[in-house]
Design a protein around this ligand. Structure first.
Ligand SMILES: Cc1cc2nc3c(=O)[nH]c(=O)nc-3n(C[C@H](O)[C@H](O)[C@H](O)COP(=O)(O)OP(=O)(O)OC[C@H]3O[C@@H](n4cnc5c(N)ncnc54)[C@H](O)[C@@H]3O)c2cc1C
Length: 498
């Protein structure tokens, strides 16, 4: 194909390049490694290709700036080591040769060291995160330099023209009960609370845990909506607080648009309106949402209200905390993260109808405090205790593996302080899934109590709505008579069954 593309090639079809690794027929094309035919006949081996790669990277930048290119001078001698298939190797260097097992050992060491450089990525230092000006033109450099003196306070707001352009591109989210929304230039939004309904409100804010602003916006919105769905409410409207990293206007605009477009993607199916908010520039991408929900006052679900004998149901699998901690360390497999993201995008909205249909007694969503943290709040509010079946916990693929690697969320130690809520902690703390009880969740599932005899039908209903991992994970029990007056009972109302 190089010949067919019109590039000058040698008689064997390799791309002919000059000493700057630049095609002799097309000076905007560079070639290195096996595909290149260099003026000085150069062996086609990785040893040479790797050295050429460095010169290539340098010359691409220099060519982009119309600056003189750097010459590639191949090393005059290179060690050749060829394995002979029987754990021996033959070496050739400067006309001499040798063979033996030790040379095989040496080859293994050299190869493993080279590959490890790509598998064990070093941490990026603070210095390396500073702006790399090499490819920036003068205008861009001036803009980047100005970033270091960005204003705070109101001056940290994203510019109004940027904001207007972003707002115009976002889909409209009008609703009858939103009297003044983001399309208007008024100072505040104005919403109606229909007669007979009450307003429920909740707020969340996140630092970005993923480099894709759209996906981040979509998941953050889903997480924030979870609180009103846990109350059995309908999501009506949201106010958004977006922090976008300092940057050139175009980049800020694109990031803000992607973030809000992702949020709107999540809001659309529930008909939730984005009615306003605030946007600012900051050190890193961050996103928060204040959610307004509507519910009939007598139908609002709360953490209190669990009943003796209730089955405890969890709608989504656990493990996002450990998985994303592993992802940051490049230790999580892509398919684990993909599956976790799918769960994080799964809305709790469809479960609300099931909650009402099955007369759920109390409900919460599982987020930062982990399963034990949120269950404890329910038990405390309901003055009851619970038995959790460790083997019944739904778990995200890969979460057990990342926990086995010893990788846990930075919030885990704080959540683990609530081990005092587990009355048989010492007996179960070595069990495989124990750490998952304290794993903080982003956009986690709903946890609720339902009459035990209706649990199976309730799980079926949830699964038919897309919550494939919905499971009964335990049951609610009365406090023992001796426990009622005991402070300890309320401190340790959870028993883990293995
Ligand atoms: C069995 C074997 C053992 C070797 N052992 C050694 C050794 O011990 N030491 C050593 O120094 N050298 C060794 N070599 C040689 C060394 O592997 C090569 O010289 C070196 O990999 C060349 O690097 P390259 O980047 O030019 O090409 P490659 O490493 O071949 O990379 C080219 C890439 O381009 C991709 N590609 C091809 N066509 C297309 C297309 N149309 N579109 C998109 N992508 C495409 C290919 O999939 C490939 O990933 C060995 C070679 C072989 C075959």
């Amino acid at each position: 194909w190089p010949a067919a593309s019109g590039l000058a090639v040698d008689d064997q079809g390799f791309i002919q390049v000059n000493e700057y690794l630049q095609s002799i027929s097309h000076d905007n094309v560079f070639a290195v490694g096996d595909i290149a035919a260099l003026p000085q006949r150069c062996p086609k081996s990785g040893v040479y290709a790797v050295k050429q790669g460095k010169i290539l990277a340098r010359n691409l930048i220099l060519a982009a700036h119309d600056k003189p290119l750097k010459k590639y001078k191949p090393q005059r001698h290179a060690l050749s080591l060829i394995g002979t298939g029987d754990k021996n190797a033959v070496a050739a260097y400067r006309g001499g040769s040798a063979q033996g097992r030790w040379l095989w050992w040496l080859k293994q060491k050299i190869d493993q060291h080279f590959i490890a450089k790509y598998n064990q990525l070093r941490r990026m230092s603070e210095k390396e995160t500073s702006y790399n000006n090499q490819l920036a033109d003068e205008a861009a450099r001036q803009e980047l330099a100005a970033l270091t003196m960005r204003c705070g306070g109101c001056g940290a707001k994203v510019g109004s023209s940027v904001l207007q352009r972003v707002m115009r591109k976002l889909p409209s989210t009008a609703r009858d009960d939103v009297l003044i929304g983001r399309d208007s230039s008024d100072d505040s939004a104005m919403i109606c609370v229909p007669t007979g309904k009450v307003l429920v409100q909740s707020m969340d804010y996140f630092r970005a845990f993923i480099d894709d602003p759209y996906l981040f916006g979509a998941i953050a919105a889903n997480h924030a909506l979870g609180d009103v769905f846990a109350m059995g409410a309908e999501a009506q409207s949201v106010l958004a607080l977006a922090t976008v990293p300092y940057g050139r206007e175009k980049i800020v605009e694109q990031s803000l648009y992607e973030l809000l477009a992702g949020a709107c993607h999540t809001l659309a199916p529930s008909g939730t309106a984005l009615i306003g908010g605030h946007s600012a520039e900051g050190a890193e991408l961050g996103f928060g949402l204040t959610v307004n929900g509507l519910v009939d006052a007598h139908r609002a679900l709360r953490k209190q209200g669990l009943k003796e004998g209730d089955a405890l149901i969890l709608t989504k699998p656990l493990g996002t905390g450990t998985l994303f901690a592993a992802d940051m360390r490049c230790r999580a497999r892509g398919r684990w993260i993909d599956q976790a993201l799918q769960q994080m995008l799964l809305s709790n909205q469809h479960a609300v109808a099931v909650l009402h249909e099955f007369d759920v007694t109390a409900c919460t969503d599982i987020t930062g405090f982990g399963l034990v943290g949120h269950l404890y709040e329910m038990l405390h509010a309901s003055a009851l205790q619970a038995e959790l079946e460790l083997a019944s916990l739904p778990v995200l693929p890969g979460a057990r593996e990342t926990i086995a690697m010893g990788i846990l969320s930075s919030l885990q130690p704080q959540n683990l302080r609530l081990k005092r809520a587990i009355n048989n902690h010492a007996a179960v703390s070595d069990c495989q899934d124990y750490a998952l009880l304290f794993d903080p969740q982003t956009a986690g599932g709903l946890l609720f109590g339902v009459a035990a005899e209706r649990a199976t039908a309730c799980i079926d209903a949830l699964r038919s709505k897309g919550y494939a991992n919905a499971s009964t994970i335990g049951r609610i029990m009365p406090l023992a008579e001796t426990q009622v007056s005991s402070q300890h009972a309320m401190q340790a109302p959870i028993t883990i069954k293995i």
